[in-house]
Ligand binder design. Sequence first.
Ligand code: NAD
Length: 464
Amino acid sequence: MTNNSVWMHIGAGSFHRAHQAWYLHKLRQQGDECWGIALGNIRSDAAPLLQQLAAQSGEYVLETVTPEGERAYETITSLRKILPWDSDISALVEQGAKTETRVISFTVTEAGYYLTPEHELDLEQADVQADVKGDIRTIYGALARILSQRLAKGGAPVTLLNCDNLRHNGERFRHGFLAFLAAQGDRALADWVRTSTTSPNTMVDRITPRPTPDVAERVKAATGKDDGAAVMAESFIQWVIEDDFIAGRPPLEKVGVELVESVLPWEEAKIRILNATHAAIAWAGTLIGLNYIDDSTRQPAIYQLAYDYVTQDVMPSLSPSPLNLADYRDVVLARFSNPYIKDTNQRVGADGLSKIPGMVTPTLRECYQRGAEPAATAVLPALFFLFLQRWADDDLPYTYQDGVLQADVLRQQFSRSDALTAFLSDSALFGELAQDKAFHALVTRTVADLQNWLKQPQPALAEG
Ligand code: NAD
């Protein structure tokens, strides 16, 4: 690979800086400086952070913490170019059109793909409609703008790498993107995307809470640096990628990335055992008045419901697996219990309306298909219903963020006496189970059980 290959990343959130940027930093530390990252963002919310990073020459400190509380500090040096934000994303377009850019990766949240429960692009969404007409609000509009410029400049192949928590994230993005280009009527670009880009599926993992002010304080105390872009994460990190890079890649295997033929077993385990459980703990913790994931996980009743969901329903669904699923479950629950990662129930509980269909409904469906009642999984939608009810009553201690939330419609639904039936009848959440009487009865029973549980005094927290 040439000496100046660029890995462009779209989505200047915390996660990219703790994950992909860390791996490329490790490679540079080993003396391989062929690849550097150019970082930009579609939306204006990251503009101040990009300015701050530019002022720090792209460098920032990553704090990591083990479950035992050992903290480590590293100055990450892989961000070689910071692309300033403007409403035309002109810096992203310019960089993305260059042949030296061989990989374009992105983290734009789960809701940033605007897919229906059938995994089709939802052309009804206002953001998507605006982008079809040429606006830049979504990853699709942004990439259409970037790649049409790339095509005009010679059309060198490039890998489009989705790093969001989405099942079959490469395939689903690609399917959505091609549907978007079809809606735009850009046949030439669509044909070029088909032949000159690849979209490997990936599984990404490292819990990265939104940085709180005390991160910068600890970074200052440990390193002496005033860092306005410091980020913190757990010490655990994992990245599994299908090895299908059309224009070359860094030798990521040298820094612990698993390059595999199919990412499927890893992503299913991650999405169902880690992500779905994480969200359920956040909803349950919020319902009993807790703010943090670690406190919530260490509540015996919450730990048990998470453990039962994985053990009773998910493990039979995913077996056989190349992973040791019981070990994976135990490591995940230990990571969630890490008292040094003050990850919030607010962050983890967000986007439930996308998480239920993507992360929970497949397990419900598969339990029924093998003749088992998904009693332990029914707890997840039941918790989410009770959580949404609190939201509708303006009784959450924080703002609930959800990329597909239509607040008016949902509030109206929750003002009805049959709100639970309406919730369970939503095929966008539950697919064909929305019509299933046994499923309705199961979740209705589970909601009643949880309501009883919520009336009981909760045991005091063990010291973290
Ligand atoms: P963040 O809140 O720090 O950043 C979110 C980023 O997404 C911002 O750059 C924002 O501008 C952008 N964005 C939001 N909605 C968008 C949309 N509809 N279109 C385009 N851009 C949009 O979040 P983060 O911690 O960086 O996490 C981002 C994503 O990374 C997650 O949603 C998840 O899919 C993945 N991820 C995060 C973690 C974690 O622990 N934080 C772990 C694994 C995977």
